[in-house]
Design a protein around this ligand. Sequence first.
Ligand SMILES: N[C@@H](Cc1ccc(OP(=O)(O)O)cc1)C(=O)O
Length: 152
Amino acid sequence: MIKYEKVIFVCTGNTCRSPMAATIYCSLETNSDIKVISRGLVVLFSEPSNPKAETVLKSHNLELGGHISKPLKQSDIDENTLILTMTEKQKLSIMELFEYTDNVYTIKEFVGETGDVTDPYGGTLLDYEECYVELARLVKKTVYKLNEEEQL
Ligand SMILES: N[C@@H](Cc1ccc(OP(=O)(O)O)cc1)C(=O)O
């Protein structure tokens, strides 16, 4: 059983889905000291998080805390890193572009579901809220799974 030391949530721009997922994760009780970060695959320049993502998180009493988008780099990853992407396409890109990617899954795949977490980019506040609700469910399942694995 792998003991993960780090979880990286990955999306495209690192301004919405993966920072929301990392923020939700950090707000939950976990039994471990796994480090949690978020990164993007297409980050051409540093940007703050999406204001609609911030508004939605605030309405759930969560804060992104001055998040600035960052690209995924090889130096972020080692053999004890769990990488959770939002889409199958992102997962395949990571497997192609990086080393130490035995532990890369889409977040839905990791928790026994199928499909992608779609991008609310350019959508309404309600689209962002729906994305939050989906991520909150998936991240909770991720934490349960990691906690179970810790106890084995
Ligand atoms: N940064 C991209 C656009 C982009 C931004 C955010 C985004 O959503 P997420 O951060 O959830 O991947 C997706 C794409 C661009 O400039 O084209």
